[in-house]
Design a protein around this ligand. Sequence first.
Ligand code: PBG
Length: 323
Amino acid sequence: MINRTRRLRKTENIRRLVRENKLTTDDLIFPLFIEEGENIETEIKSMPGIKRFSLDKISTELDEVISLNIPAVLLFGIPSRKDDVGTETWNDDGIVQQAIRFIKKNYPRLYVITDVCFCEYTIHGHCGILNDNNDVDNDATLINLSKQAISHAKAGADMLAPSGMIDGSIIKMREALDNTGYYDLPIMGYSVKYSSAFYGPFRDAADSTPTFGDRKTYQMDPANRDEAMREAAFDDLEGADILMVKPALSYLDIVRDLKNNYDRPIACYNVSGEYAMIKAAGDKGWIDEEKVMMESLLSMKRAGADIIITYFAKEVAKILKRD
Ligand code: PBG
């Protein structure tokens, strides 16, 4: 007495025929940490396999990304100078701007997305200007966000991704870009970004840990699902071209909610902590690292993600090329 679904699982060939989701290299965005300076190629302890590179050291990494046919990278800058407001973010000669020019010149096929935020550039490590209560001053930050966006656009970025959960960032950046002639430059909104402990390793990698307090006033409470729909609605109305959910694995219900409710491409960010856990357990021999990695990313596709930002991108692309 077997049911009709089970009959269609008997061999790999029939499983292939009825398989609903597939992970492909076309789905992947690879984050890159670019540090100002020379001769830097530093392993990030809590993210085995991921490094911070200075521009003079990044070519091998980019060659590999190109040879694996990964379509896009997401750039995070690590500046040598920080201040209270993150002035370096809109320096046309800043590290991200230099990196954009370098990549567009030497790897013109690669699609370059930039992180538009302040936490790696402020002394206090928060994602914007602080007010007298030491909370992020939303509207003052918006002005600087637009400056940063224009500077990235001028350097030749292909897409901008504001990650700070600053309200109004999409509409303000859109206006600024349209007014300066960058009307065809898309924006990927970090529409639903939770205040998550899964960002721990990234903060080491990007040197962006807040020196006091946390991000709970601007990032979302992990307990909330309905609120995610309201956050996504703002970004959609403001003109985000792609809506993102972050982190990914613990928030796949939100990915599906967005997929069902918005006729836009949905991205999810498979964040540093998700990466670190699989790497650590794999290293200990407690799980089959490769299989768990592939299953995790496939589950993001199944939840409805069109795009996955992941530190596993190169490994996944290698496996997909091999199989
Ligand atoms: C900051 C930013 C964070 C990440 C991307 N951009 C960290 C944070 O909000 O503290 C996390 C990425 C990751 O964990 O992989 N604007």
